[in-house]
Design a protein around this ligand. Structure first.
Ligand code: ADP
Ligand code: F6P
Length: 326
């Protein structure tokens, strides 16, 4: 598709919200305006596309969103869009509203939807917005840094009280099936133990022994960070630790506070760069691509290739938890 055919594009956020999504929306709207094209905001993810909840957005409509968490377009998980009929309906609505291209901000589920749209004739570019940092083709996903800082603040607070009471604290963090949040927050907060879905663990060896060793080395607390993807109940785990070690133990599930808050500089800047790049790609006539970060640079890959990639936890960081907990 050549440049002059793109006159109107749409933007939506889909899946779990992430801090920095607003910065990305703003970048899409303003980059579009800069290049003289019309940008429409689509409400509530793919639901809004199917239901025609679509409004033109001017640069002023995104004046007060850069510093806010969440997404001003709202987000949703749309089951209907996973069906052939749902995708067909979405394409029909895109045609009715004259959308020549679409920008989708979300995680890998949203990318699968973006692929379906591109394959059905609506040129779509996706970019990674999720606190989980679990997109294989991208070193970084929008919202991850803000989430890590929120988790860091929370664990620091738990540590103050755990230390004062000479307790063990078991803290569950988000991340779906990935351990990135647990791993980096664990290192940032000096956790004694980090349990990751990507690594099997033995409760006696990897938890109890380490907690008792930490105590014998004179530590006044033990912080155990558990990724939510680990198959265990942290409340139960805390009871088991207390019973086996005699050390008073408390469990904290950080929950959705991890998804909110004003985005950090890293998230605002990365979201702005990626959002702008999405629009440029559409204007260059590209479709079915994921804008991502590789080797610290903003780049883009084919959606099929991106979805087929795998990403490994950095081994050096996994080792670092053990080294630094002596
Ligand atoms: P995320 O994008 O954060 O991974 P989800 O997995 O919930 O979040 O996906 C967001 C939305 O993307 C879903 O509600 C659905 O509308 C769409 N989606 C998810 N998986 C698929 C799929 N396999 N094919 C088409 N669309 C999908
Ligand atoms: O993908 C972001 C995320 O916050 C995951 O870390 C978590 O597993 C999931 O979304 C929670 O989803 P919900 O908001 O539907 O409870």
């Amino acid at each position: 598709m050549d440049k002059k055919e793109i006159r109107t594009i749409g933007v939506l956020t889909s899946g779990g919200d992430a801090p920095g999504m607003n910065a990305a929306i703003r970048a899409v709207v303003r980059t579009g305006a800069y290049h003289g094209i019309k940008v429409c905001g689509i409400m509530r993810g793919y639901n809004g596309l199917i239901n025609g909840e679509i409004e033109e957005m001017s640069p002023r409509d995104v004046s007060e969103v850069l510093h806010r968490g969440g997404t001003c377009l709202m987000t949703a998980r749309c089951l209907e869009f996973k069906t052939k009929e749902g995708v067909e309906r979405a394409c029909e609505i895109a045609r009715v509203f004259g959308l020549d291209g679409l920008v989708v901000i979300g995680g890998d589920g949203s990318f699968r939807g973006a692929k379906d749209l591109s394959n059905s004739g609506v040129p779509t570019i996706a970019m990674p917005g999720t606190i989980d940092n679990d997109i294989s083709c991208s070193e970084y996903t929008i919202g991850y840094d803000t989430c890590l800082n929120t988790v860091k603040d929370a664990i620091d607070k738990v540590r103050d009280t755990a230390s004062s009471h000479e307790r063990c604290s078991v803290i569950e963090v988000m991340g779906r099936n990935a351990g990135y949040i647990a791993l980096e927050a664990g290192i940032a907060c000096g956790a004694e133990i980090v349990l990751l879905p990507e690594r099997k663990f033995n409760f006696d060896e990897d938890v109890l022994r380490k907690i008792l060793e930490a105590k014998s080395r004179g530590k006044r607390h033990a912080i155990v960070v558990v990724a939510e993807g680990v198959d265990c109940d942290v409340l139960e785990m805390a009871k088991r630790i207390e019973k086996a070690t005699g050390i008073e133990t408390r469990a904290t599930i950080l929950g959705h506070i991890q998804r909110g808050g004003s985005p950090t500089v890293r998230d605002r800047v990365t979201a702005s760069r990626m959002g702008a790049r999405c629009v440029e790609l559409l204007l260059e006539g590209k479709a079915n691509r994921i804008v991502c970060m590789q080797k610290g640079e903003i780049t883009d890959v084919d959606i099929n290739e991106g979805l087929a990639m795998t990403k490994k936890l950095p081994e050096d960081l996994v080792k670092l938890v053990e080294v630094l907990s002596v």
